[in-house]
Design a protein around this ligand. Structure first.
Ligand code: AMP
Length: 604
């Protein structure tokens, strides 16, 4: 029997994690081992001097730091030795151990001997660092066919073999490093025009900030400093990393660990709730640093923002919604992250490897949400709310996808919310398509109710969208299933034209009438109910303050008042808006009592 020929594999040799991929069954794929795609770039020696690589080594990092090496990529190209227990190794040797492990994985999955590889390096790596990477490959028994830049690999995943000229921003935020490159793709050639980065900025820093925040809360609650002992500190860091990842998909999460400390001889659990807004406040300054780097890279490339066609996200930390939202805001582009951002570089390396091997490969195609889905809600300051489209499941999200966000009722005694589900890319409701609605009734009927509602969107590969709203404290829940959410999107063109006309003609009665008919006819299920809104919950507005609720009541009442009463309400609402804009808390306190008294008098 003929021995199959050895394929060239593609390797992303990362600072935190490494991944191997290859052409398998005509498709570029990541090679997994026991369901694991990622191999932590960690090497260790057990107490009986056995060599361990990957997750096992990562697990012993906290307990035996002197017997474990992580992030060796930072030392590549330096003429130094790193210590592992009582032995010394060059950085290349440690990298070679990781590469050898990946090679073994590839041989197991492919069932053939593997001797050739394409390996990726950061665009900023100098010649010494590239040479050290080549040497590591050789030590691992691999002929390094090509060293390619990580942003080049990421671009190949999306644009292999394309001839049209495109300029891309490749934004790569991993565990320990950040870099951004401006890349030109033309006639199948990919060229890095400029690169900028920070080798000491990544998801690990986000973990640290969240860890400190939770440790401070625990110290206040129980008088115990979890950071003072290495075992509790390590458990806390791991719990915070899990919570951080959860916050990419959920509006709120728990940082929880059982029996983490002892107080007065009694075991105490860690159980702290963190809302996404609270976490985002912590990491916002770091995200701004990355945005400044992107600005610099664009300047260095000699291009302007308007000349850039696409924004590609790479690295696990780019799943952070704040990262995506800031980039969207800054560069007016919808980021492209449909290929798993942890795996994109390895897939690109394997694409290059396959092309090198003379195989025909195109871009890696996967299923994505082709439009953004969300609901109508009040946003902005509680004193001056605006009814907007609030995205929950973004365009380009890989499918199947499941995301949730926390909202709050507008008033304390509100017992119903009308959820209107929209599809579209504008924050203006009138520019998007209404694709369904449902009522959640019976809120606040239990003592436990607190007005917080979790709204979850789940979109399957078949385009079935499930939207569920759940009152957090009581579990009261209602939802809607929209079977053809994706095919409805095809009709978007005509709806957009309609909406544009609607805007141009100032929403005349005639057009408004047509709009309702179109929407009702398309979906048949839209329940025309009075506007019973919810408010997007963020750290500043959750739950709605007493003043915000008074303002909502006053606004509702204002239309039915006349004469002095109407003027008094108007004057007070104006003063509240101004005090809020000035950030004058003392004035807001006085105005709150004044409005409370006035409403009491008007209600009587
Ligand atoms: P990489 O170096 O590309 O493998 O990225 C690793 C980093 O991505 C680590 O800091 C992870 O905690 C982070 N990460 C992985 N998944 C998520 C997620 N869902 N949300 C936010 N960060 C994540």
């Amino acid at each position: 029997m003929n021995q199959p020929t050895s394929p060239i594999i593609g390797i992303d040799l990362g600072t935190t994690n490494s991944v191997v991929a290859a052409l398998l069954g005509g498709k570029v794929q990541v090679l997994e081992e026991q369901g694991e795609a990622i191999l932590p770039s960690v090497v260790g020696l057990t107490l009986d001097d056995k060599l361990i690589v990957g997750t096992t080594a990562k697990n012993q990092l906290a307990a035996f730091p002197e017997r474990t090496i992580s992030s060796v990529k930072r030392q590549m190209g330096q003429a130094i030795k790193v210590k592992l227990a009582d032995q010394e190794f060059s950085p290349q040797e440690i990298s070679a151990i990781i590469l050898r492990r990946l090679r073994q994985r590839a041989e197991t999955v492919l069932g053939v001997e593997v001797t050739r590889a394409v390996i990726t390096v950061p665009a900023f790596f100098d010649e010494d660092q590239r040479q050290a990477t080549r040497e590591a490959g050789t030590l691992a028994g691999l002929t390094v066919e090509r060293i390619i830049n990580e942003p080049t690999a990421a671009s190949l995943v999306y644009h292999a073999g394309e001839s049209a000229r495109r300029h891309l921003i490749v934004y790569d935020l991993g565990g320990g490093t950040f870099d951004v490159s401006i890349v030109r793709v033309e006639d199948g050639v990919i060229e890095v025009l400029s690169s900028k980065g920070d080798t000491q900025l990544g998801g690990d820093d986000f973990d640290q900030l969240l860890t400190k925040h939770v440790a401070d809360i625990f110290l206040t609650q129980h008088g115990v400093d979890l950071m003072s002992q290495s075992t509790t500190r390590w458990r806390l860091i791991q719990a915070c990393e899990r919570a951080k990842c959860e916050l990419s998909f959920h509006g709120v999460t728990q940082v929880a660990e059982e029996f983490i400390a002892t107080v007065d001889g009694q075991p105490v659990n860690l159980d702290v709730e963190i809302a996404r807004g609270e976490y985002e406040t912590l990491i916002a300054p770091l995200i701004e640093q990355t945005i400044a780097c992107v600005d610099q890279a664009i300047r260095d490339s000699g291009l302007t923002v308007s000349q850039l066609d696409e924004l590609i996200l790479v690295g696990g930390s780019t799943r952070t919604p704040l990262v995506q939202n800031r980039l969207r805001e800054e560069f007016q582009r919808d980021p492209q992250w449909s290929v798993n951002p942890d795996l994109a570089v390895a897939l690109g390396a394997a694409t290059q490897a396959a092309m090198q091997d003379g195989q025909a490969v195109g871009p890696v195609l996967i299923d994505i949400a082709t439009h953004t889905l969300g609901i109508e809600a009040l946003t902005g300051s509680p004193f001056n709310p605006e009814l907007k489209f609030v995205p929950i499941l973004r365009r380009n999200s890989p499918l199947p996808a499941k995301y949730d966000e926390v909202f709050s009722t507008v008033t304390e005694d509100q017992d119903t919310v009308n959820f209107r589900v929209y599809q579209g890319e504008s924050d203006q409701l009138s520019r998007n398509r209404l694709i369904g609605n449902f009522l959640l009734q019976g809120l606040n009927e239990s003592d436990q109710a607190d007005g917080e509602i979790l709204v979850q969107f789940e979109l399957t590969l078949d385009g079935i969208l499930k939207v569920t709203a759940t009152e957090r404290k009581t579990g009261l829940s209602k939802g809607i299933k929209i079977d053809n959410a994706l095919s409805q999107m095809e009709q978007e063109g005509s709806q957009h034209s309609f909406n544009r006309l609607e805007e141009m003609f100032g929403a005349s009665d005639e057009l408004m009438g047509l709009g309702e008919v179109v929407e009702a006819a398309s979906f048949g299920e839209i329940e025309e109910e009075p506007d019973i809104h919810i408010h997007r919950a963020d750290s500043a507005s959750r739950p709605a303050s007493k003043l915000a609720q008074l303002v909502t009541r006053a606004r509702a009442l204002a239309g039915s008042l006349s004469g002095d009463d109407a003027q008094d309400v108007e004057r007070l609402l104006d003063s509240i808006t101004q005090a809020e804009q000035r950030g004058d808390d003392a004035a807001l306190g006085n105005l709150e009592s004044e409005l409370d008294d006035l409403l009491f008098y008007l209600d009587a």
